[in-house]
Design a binder for this molecule. Sequence first.
Ligand code: PMP
Ligand code: GLU
Length: 399
Amino acid sequence: MLSARAQKIKPSPTLAIDSRAKAMKASGVDVINFGVGEPDFDTPDNIKEAACKAIRDGFTKYTPVGGIDPLKDAIIKKFHVDNGITYQREEIIVSCGAKHSLYNVAQALYGPGDEVIIPSPYWVSYPDQVLLNDAKPVFVQTLEKDSFMLKPEALEAAITDRTKSLILNSPSNPTGMLYDKKTLEKIAELAVRHNFYVISDEIYEKLVYGNAAHISIASLHDEIKARTIVINGLSKSHAMTGWRLGYAAGPADVIKAMTNIQSQSTSNPTSVTQKAAVEALNGPQDFVSVMRSEFDRRRTFIVRGLNTILGMHCMAPNGAFYVFPHTASIYGSRFHNKTVASSTDFALYLLEEAKVALVPGDAFGDDNYLRISYATSLEDIRKGIERIRQAVQNLMPAT
Ligand code: PMP
Ligand code: GLU
């Protein structure tokens, strides 16, 4: 018999769709994969070379659990330069991916009776990580008309004396929304007044477009910094998804608890990856702006394309590499004898009939939308949009 905890958990839907699309591709099906959030760029050569050198130098043993000092120092420098925040080594932990840092925070902070506020739509792993620690996710719906930004009034209404933390994600997966300073200030004021933690997942901070600027809530003032655990990592900024390197910064007592938990589970992140991460953070950064410019081009293209498909509309996001088109107007239409009644039905229809893999909005807590990752070539985006257009045209309208 499995534990009650294991029975509460489902597999990550984003990873599940990616596996399915990759398996279809491997069996010869021409699938356009808009499913997973993974840069299609290769990890830059200087980073790979740092890893090769680490292997050649025999840097292949256990390291300190929470990361080697040169990497912690590179992370401290990053926070100082990019976010204007000062941390000490004991306020930093390096983990096996940002997902692992998030998991460590959840283990360190949550228990039975605790409530964790999660603005919806949310990234898929947040609720399950809360459930895995016997706490309760409390969802607060955000709306497209507010650019999917959490309204401070809505947050205030959800706060109880059991509120342990709020999970913020800016830029956001799945909507691409970016919080503005005024909203962050109001949220910070509520966190300080009601004394709860803010988990600020900033993994897409380097992918911000136009005049928008990323602001870390922890940079606002010391009182909110003392209650914030910032999560970040190299998967997206340096195209290093497979290397598994993320990190967290926050109050020393929380970081110490996370490090103890990590010491009893994974131990240190891979030694070789840590050396590569030092190079990623301290080495040349031109790669990041090249990648960002390319994503920006694709963003403009995909938003324009999707908005020409009957029944869809798509907000132009100012961060990350996702679009979140509204698709509910299409629900109720039919293909042969089947009704497309939900985002899951629609995503399955598009996978089977159009060979386009994407993630139903339902996985992110909003059935009215689909999530499309545009971290794929412009050519594939062009093809994918045309396939979706054709598939929508093949549907019989709702009667
Ligand atoms: N946070 C968000 C919002 C994400 O989209 C992801 C997915 N990559 C992660 C955290 C985890 O990233 P990783 O574990 O690859 O560092
Ligand atoms: N975060 C990425 C996504 O949302 C990768 C998948 C995952 O880690 O769940 O697609």
